[in-house]
Design a protein around this ligand. Structure first.
Ligand code: E4P
Length: 218
């Protein structure tokens, strides 16, 4: 399973990269705004910086919601760097744009997916990734992980090549369960990835090993 970090914060991206387990990055307009990145030139420069840190797929989201606008923006984004994946919302013109990009060899991430039906459409359109939002479904009392299970099952039935990118992954157990269910990728904050390190028995065990080792130097 690939690990993507879901942030536009360069320090966090660098930290995730330095850990040696990072496969890519996802961003969205809210994450860019959180870092104070506004305006076409600043946004493009920021994506370039991310691509310089991480050698893996970097999702960059279009803002337009009409076909022509999405195509225009997506083509500019794709020209920035070969690792850019154009992130397109699951709307009617978005599906058409995904088909357009896939026919031209431009990678896409179909975002804001909340149902199996939407995931089937994304795969039919030739999306490279589909992003079902686990945490946001949980937020409205719907089992987000059940959607991951459903999509993995359906894609398996037909051998769809679209990769299931579990998004809106909020905690360690989300991540572990996505792995159990066979998601191809998870994207989450850095704290979720580093959260995987934690176990009290590891800390207690290490303390004891070090204390026993120190006895020899007394
Ligand atoms: C996916 O690519 C989205 O950027 C993200 O995972 C959404 O997460 P959130 O629901 O925690 O905002």
């Amino acid at each position: 399973m690939k690990f993507f970090v879901d942030t536009a914060n360069l320090q966090e991206i660098q930290e995730a990269h330095d850990l040696g387990v990072l496969d890519g990055v996802t961003t969205n307009p809210s994450l860019m705004a959180k870092e104070g990145i506004f305006g076409h030139d600043n946004v493009m420069a920021h994506y370039k910086q991310i691509c310089e840190i991480v050698d893996g797929d970097i999702s960059a989201e279009v803002i337009a919601t009409d076909f022509d606008g999405m195509v225009r923006e997506g083509e500019l984004l794709a020209e920035l760097h070969p690792n850019i994946v154009v992130k397109v919302p699951m709307i009617r013109d978005g599906v058409k744009a995904i088909r357009h990009f896939s026919e031209r060899g431009i990678k896409t991430n179909c975002t804001l997916v909340f149902s199996a039906g939407q995931a089937i459409l994304a795969a039919k359109a030739g999306a490279t990734y589909v992003s079902p939002f686990v945490g946001r479904l949980d937020d409205v009392s719907t089992d987000g992980l059940q959607l991951i299970e459903q999509i993995v099952h359906i894609y398996g039935n037909y051998g769809y090549q679209t990769q299931v990118l579990a998004a809106s992954v909020r905690h360690v157990m989300h991540l572990v369960q996505c792995a159990e269910l066979g998601a191809d990728v998870v994207t989450c904050p850095l704290s979720v990835i580093t959260g995987l390190l934690n176990h009290p028995l590891t800390d207690i065990g290490l303390q004891k090993f070090l204390a026993d080792h120190a006895k020899g130097s007394k």
